[in-house]
Write a protein that binds this ligand. Sequence first.
Ligand code: NAD
Ligand code: UD1
Length: 346
Amino acid sequence: MAVLVTGGAGYIGSHTVVELILAGYDVVIVDNLSNSSRESIERIKTITGKTPEFYHADILDRKALREIFAKTEISCCIHFAGLKAVGESVEKPWEYYHNNILGTLTLVDEMRRHGVKNLIFSSSATVYGDQETMPLTEASPLGTCSNPYGFTKAMQEQILRDIQTADREWNVTLLRYFNPIGAHPSGLIGEDPRGIPNNLLPYITQVAVGRLPHLGLFGDDYDTPDGTCIRDYIHVVDLAIGHLMALRRIEEQTEQSALQSAPQLGVYNLGTGNGYSVLEVIAGFTKATGIEIPWVLKPRRSGDLAVSYANADKAWTELGWEATYDIHQMCAHAWNWQSKNPNGYE
Ligand code: NAD
Ligand code: UD1
């Protein structure tokens, strides 16, 4: 039996595929390469010594999915495929709802047709919206998202919850990522955003490598100790291992449900529980790499929250997972990737 990874050529997907292969799983990837490169598959092979089966296909393409399910016995699907740029989602809401929502509906439909009812989904802390109380736990209320991308995540969560309620054979795990950064310690795979990066770390590494002149720092007048926003940055390898632990839990549940145990909907925060401000990340990057990052103050970015960090105790208690890398290693590995690949996979 194989694990189907949608979006497995992408940033988080490729790191998860590496951990799955190293843990002995057979992996099948479906990716339309709309935001990734085939080269990442080659790099996965270099790291693991194994080539995952790769289908260059769109998850909206029912026929393609049907062929894959017919050809391969799939035990579980880890679903990363989706569009994820917040600003772009404001410009192109139709494209975001169409790709993310219809993609998930199509995938889930083909899964159930083929009797595959184990799913791990890439959600985001964005579903909490703007909360007063920190840290965020899975019991925190869901909030109002500030952009269409965020709404697609909230809607996909709801769709999957309802499907699991209606058919208790489903095991659904919703993983709410905080801020994934860093890269595989080998420096062979990492984040390769198209165009100007939207997120902090890739922007910093592109300044460091000389592709961009300076970082714009979005606001220093927030109600935080140094006035800049606080986030829970998590190493992408830790995040990848979180998926492995979620998969193991689903496997246990599948065995137990044969013995009448209740099937599951699991919701887990994947974060470190530590918040760092933008200025602390800039300083942390310099400490880890010796490279100064020039920055200029810019106005606040619309939709930004002052503070967001996780309580990830539930993932520890129920999945046996916790983050192990610190901010120093996250910055060092992000730089290792960027300096070895100044133009990403190109
Ligand atoms: P990514 O863009 O690197 O990976 C997504 C992959 O999905 C890409 O390889 C892309 O080509 C593919 N894809 C998109 N639409 C597809 C479709 N219709 N059919 C087939 N393939 C398709 O992004 P990532 O950072 O690795 O994110 C993975 C998932 O995690 C996404 O769902 C994203 O929303 C979610 N997430 C990411 C972050 C983050 O900060 N990176 C935070 C929270 C949640
Ligand atoms: C953003 C998205 C979130 C998404 C996440 C990962 C918003 C409002 N939220 O989170 O939905 O899940 O990316 O894709 O966009 N910063 C700068 N200069 C920069 C870039 C960022 O100062 O050039 C600051 C931001 O203001 C923020 C912090 O750095 O305070 C982190 O930003 P970013 O990496 O974009 O992540 P989030 O905003 O937390």
